[in-house]
Design a protein around this ligand. Structure first.
Ligand code: AKB
Length: 316
């Protein structure tokens, strides 16, 4: 077995920061190379190797892979659902081109494993929206969702045709305190905690009873690493796995926050993101992940709220 050397592209993003920190803990700081278009991130500064990299620059990426003897890539750079709807062609170009370039580099350099995230955005209004199954009607309504579904098919294609070991998860909305989300429809569920602590008030861009699948970042990071470490023969799909932890509405997260900050109040002013949220499932059936690689979340809404508020308070 050769030494694992991991490259994380998009390391300064919401998932990237925490994944980099967790992988460095597991594999050693010098074996996890962080890269992002940003100059740096305060939590990654002086913590291990870092490259400023534009994911669209395939030559620069290849140089890093060769120079650092990379064996695994996690590609996290992407435009999310709300940003994507503002500039659909750009979202398509960035999301697809970067992915295909990474898959090609991974094949060419004979990498052991690749991780690429998918999303609940692959599902659309025609999908049954309660306990949405792994295999179901898939007609995404956003360009982000289209790029994620196309990407899943590419992952499967590279695996079936050339044997590339590429793995993927359909993330629900992710809630984190160390790093901020950017440009997603589920971002309200992070903003609300910041505003509750700062102003005791939040105006939500989704309506009060909009249920969406959500997950605390600790669970998402653990699930991602578990999927990447599981032996190949345990995986029964090369499309992305459904994973789930909880499902709640803006009204319910506000109630959970009020248990700690009784003065907190919320009002609602839905914008264009409401339509995106309405096209997504309310809850997800993740039984395939639970069976294949024994996935199990640890955080529910109240446990997450307690943890978020405690940690955010220490940063203010
Ligand atoms: C978004 O809201 O676009 C993302 C996602 C669910 O993939 N958080």
């Amino acid at each position: 077995m050769r030494q694992d050397k991991i490259l994380i592209i998009g390391a300064c993003g919401q998932i990237g920061v925490e994944l980099t920190l967790a992988l460095r803990k597991a594999y050693g700081n010098n074996n996890v190379i962080a890269a992002d278009i940003k100059e740096s991130h305060p939590l990654l500064k002086d913590d291990g190797p870092y490259y400023q990299l534009n994911v669209m620059d395939s030559d620069a990426t290849l140089n890093i892979v060769k120079k650092e003897n990379i064996t695994q890539i996690y590609l996290l750079a992407a435009l999310l659902s709300a940003t994507g709807e503002k500039n659909p062609k750009l979202a398509w170009d960035i999301n697809m081109q970067s992915m295909l370039q990474i898959l090609d580099i991974s094949l060419q350099e004979k990498l052991d494993r690749v991780y690429w995230p998918s999303s609940i955005a692959v599902f659309g209004t025609s999908t049954p929206n309660e306990q949405t199954q792994q295999k179901t009607i898939i007609e995404p309504r956003t360009v982000y969702g289209i790029s994620k579904y196309a990407g899943e098919l590419w992952c499967q294609y590279y695996n079936q045709r050339w044997g590339l070991d590429v793995r993927s998860l359909r993330y629900p909305g992710l809630i984190s305190w160390k790093s901020a989300p950017g440009g997603g429809t589920t971002d309200y569920a992070v903003e609300i905690y910041h505003e509750a602590l700062k102003n005791k008030h939040y105006t939500c861009f989704l309506s009060e009873n909009t249920y969406l699948p959500m997950m605390y970042m600790d669970d998402a990071i653990r699930g991602t690493i578990e999927l990447m470490q599981v032996p190949t023969d345990k995986l029964s799909t090369r499309m992305a796995y459904n994973i789930s932890a909880m499902s709640f509405s803006p009204k319910e997260i506000a109630e959970s926050i009020k248990k700690h900050i009784p003065e907190f109040n919320i009002d609602y002013n839905p914008d264009f993101r409401q339509q995106i949220a309405d096209s997504w499932p309310k809850s997800i059936d993740d039984s395939l992940a639970r069976t294949d690689w024994i996935w199990k979340p640890e955080f529910n809404l109240d446990k997450m709220t307690e943890n978020m508020l405690l940690n955010l308070k220490s940063t203010i």
